[in-house]
Each structure stands twice: as C-alpha cells, then as structure tokens.
Write a protein that binds this ligand. Structure first.
Ligand code: HEM
Length: 404
C-alpha cells in the first residue's frame, strides 16, 4: 500500500515513467488477510493498452473477478456474482436486463428525484452552515438517487442509509484487517449486505405478486424475450449499484469542488455559460480525477500486447488515472481545462462490454448538484486539503472542509 499513500503528484509521475517503458511491468500481489494471494499482475498504463484490453473481452476476461484482490468464493456463493465479474453470455444477459434501469424513460423519472434531493441538500447546508462537504453534500446525493431508482419506499430509506453507513465505515478502514475494531467493522459490513439483500428480496417478491410502475418490478418480471432477474440476482445488482454508483459519484463531486476552487479561471469560464460548459467540465473532472483507479482482467489465451507476449492466465490491471494523463491523447494532460475535448477519457472504463452502465446517471447527478450549489451558494469553496482514503481502487475523499 506504500505506493498509494504517496502524494497524487508522485504517483502520477511514476505512471508517467511507466508509460515511457517499452512494455508493461509485472508486480507481485500484496498479501491480504482472508484472501488467497494472487500470482501478480502486469500494469497497463498507456491509454491505447487500457482501451485495447477493455475492448477485447474475449481475451481480457472479467472472470473470475475484475477486482483485485479476488473476492473469496464464499462471498459469491452467498451473495451472488456481480455482473462486473462476468463474461458473456452471462454478462450480456444481465446487462440487457439491468439496462432497463438506465433507459431514458427511467432516467427522466429519476431526474425529478435528483433535483428535489439536490434542493433539499442545499437547503440543509444553508441551515447548518459551513462544515464537511463530503458529509453535508457529496455523500448524501448518490445514495438517495440509488434508493429512488430501486423504488425503496421513503420510510425505509433511513434503514438503508444506516446499513450503507456500516459499509462505508468498513471501506474507510486502514491498516491490518486483524485488529478487533476492523473485525467488528467487517462483521457490520457483512451484516449490512445481508440486511440489504433481504430487503430487496422482499421488495422483489412483492413486485412479482403485484407489479408496480417501478424499477424492481421491471427487473423481476419477464420482458418480451422472457428475460428477468432472479431474486438473488436482484440482491447482487443492488449491491453493485451501491458499490459502483455511490462512492464514485460522491468522490467526483468532492474532487470537483476542490478543482473548481483551485482553478478560479476555470470556474469563471463555467459560470459565464453554465449550460454550454457543464458537460465538458464534468468529463474533465472525471478525466482529471479518475474516481475509480483500476479494474483487472485475466487472459483467456496467449496474446501479444505492447511488446509483451502474455500467457493464458496472466493478469493485467487497467490503471485509469495513468491512461487519463497519457500525453499521446491529451495535450498538457496535467492541466485542468474544462474546454478541452476529454471525450476519450477512460474514467468510466474503456469502450467495451463493461463500460460504466451508470455514466449518464452520474453525469446527470453531477450536473444537477453543481448547478444547485454554484447558483444558490455562489461563494462556495473548499478550505484546505481533503482527507483522502488510502485505497488502490477508490480515489476517495473522506472529509473536505468547505465554506460559502
Ligand atoms: C463518476 C462516477 C462513476 C465512475 C467514475 C464509474 C466508473 C466505472 C468504471 C471504470 C467501470 C468499468 C468496470 C470494468 O471495466 O470492469 C464501471 C462499471 C459500472 N458502473 Fe460505474 N462509475 C460511476 C458511476 C456509476 C453510477 C452512478 C452507477 C449506477 C448507479 C454505476 C454503475 C456501474 C455498473 C453497473 C457497472 C458494471 C458494468 C458492467 O460490468 O457491465 N456507475 N463504472
């Protein structure tokens, strides 16, 4: 974990050095308690290589897991396998079904919820005064959006939020897993997953008996081709939404406010024509920040890439922050410029079957929240440096003081 505790500038400098080497470098995998040690991985750091691996899912497989270290098999047995760890045809089938959650019709429905939540958040900020941007703003929106999406009734949401707090507390754990406090948090985390599975399973069974006009109904009831989610799959989809859609968007919001504070010229440009520039600003925030640091692939056959003859079974890790600062694609990549064309960034994953399913939802959340914040609190800004999460996966912000 030493590398991940270095300041961001030093990590990016190391990625820049790796990009100039002729071929991907091999690293041993760190040992993690309770998890079988992996045999190590090659780091993909060039934009072209990250895209090539993401696109070619037949050779660069997401099974047995796209996350490292690999989750223990008992976790998949009890909680199901999330689609991010699947290949076709299982992945394609699930993605077709859950894409219903992100259809333009569903997104239009959710937009109303997002706007109402953003308004409530800023009302509360005005009442409470300056404090911690993560706690008061960034952590609140994505969770509410996911609950609204899943059709979790308003009165059940505090129950869900408490369980998510237990999960977040665990994901903020640093250091050895074997300390009593860590074990207690691990237990709280697993119990929260079980409770949330039970909750959505109950909602799923209720919607099977009596369908309503909501997402859970459309996921558990068959479409014209007879495709639907089983109740267990519904539980693991909910987990995935919580993991994939929650901290990512929260961190993009927190890093985003810091970037706009540190670059007053870019903020002035944005405010001069918010509607025209917010789309580009969001892509640039995601490129610059890379809220997700990496996903992994395992080779299904021998394959040559970037001068390296990979063998079947080799693992590669796709480092998005490295690809997003590749000067062969982005001119002056370390400059934060909301007017640049950053569409080629891989912050939402490279083009390919696993590219972020929630990207348009995340864009919508960021746009609505920044509009609400910057228009109603024109002097809002971060104060000092954020407290960052020590993680090789999540470019997380634990706390960020702010004022307005
Ligand atoms: C700024 C916010 C976000 C970032 C940076 C982000 C990033 C990513 C990345 C890098 C992947 C690729 C995984 C891979 O290639 O293996 C991914 C996949 C995914 N994301 Fe996002 N994400 C964000 C927001 C969201 C939101 C809001 C949701 C839903 C509520 C979501 C749902 C998903 C799902 C379901 C997948 C798996 C897709 C698949 O395996 O087919 N994401 N995301």
């Amino acid at each position: 974990m030493e590398f991940w505790s270095l300041p961001a500038g030093e990590r990016l400098a190391e990625f820049a050095r790796l990009r100039t080497l002729g071929t991907p470098v091999f690293y041993a995998e760190p040992r993690v308690p309770f998890v079988r040690a992996g045999k190590g991985f090659y780091a993909l750091v060039r934009h072209e290589d990250v895209q090539a691996a993401g696109r070619n899912a037949k050779v660069f497989s997401s099974e047995p897991a796209a996350t490292s270290p690999e989750p223990p098999p008992w976790l998949a047995f009890f909680f199901g396998t999330p689609m991010v760890n699947m290949d076709d045809p299982r992945h394609g089938r699930l993605r077709r079904i859950v894409s219903r959650a992100f259809s333009p019709r569903m997104l239009a429905k959710i937009e109303i919820d997002i706007a109402a939540t953003a308004t409530r958040i800023v009302d509360d900020v005005l009442a409470a005064g300056p404090g911690d941007f993560v706690e008061q703003v960034a952590a609140r929106l994505p969770i509410q959006v996911i609950c609204a999406m899943m059709g979790i009734p308003e009165q059940t949401r505090p129950y869900v939020l408490r369980r998510i707090d237990a999960m977040t507390e665990y994901s903020g754990v640093r250091g050895s897993l074997l300390r009593p406090r860590t074990l207690r948090l691990l237990y709280g985390n697993l119990k929260a997953i079980v409770d949330l599975h039970r909750l959505v399973a109950r909602l799923g069974r209720a919607r099977l008996r009596e369908p309503a006009d909501d997402l859970i109904s459309s996921l558990v009831n068959a479409n014209v081709d007879g495709e639907r989610l089983s109740v267990k799959e519904l539980g693991s989809f909910f987990d995935l939404l919580l993991v994939a859609g929650n901290e990512t968007t929260r961190n993009a919001l927190a890093h985003g406010l810091k970037l706009l504070t540190d670059h007053p010229d870019q903020r002035a440009l944005l405010m001069a024509d918010f509607d025209a520039r917010i789309g580009g600003a969001i892509e640039e925030i995601v490129r610059y920040v890379s809220p997700i640091i990496q996903f992994r692939r395992t080779l299904t056959e021998d394959f040559e890439l970037d001068g390296n003859a990979f063998k079947q079974g080799d693992k590669v890790v796709l480092f998005y922050p490295a690809a997003n600062r590749d000067p062969s694609v982005f001119k002056d990549p370390d400059v934060f410029d909301i007017t640049r064309d950053s569409r080629q960034h891989v912050g939402f994953g490279g083009p390919g079957p696993h590219m972020c399913l929630g990207a348009n939802l995340a864009r919508m959340e960021l746009k609505i929240m920044f509009r609400e914040l910057l228009s109603r609190l024109p002097d809002i800004r971060t104060v000092g440096e954020p407290e960052l999460l020590l993680s090789n996966f999540d470019n997380g912000v634990l706390h960020q003081p702010f004022t307005f």
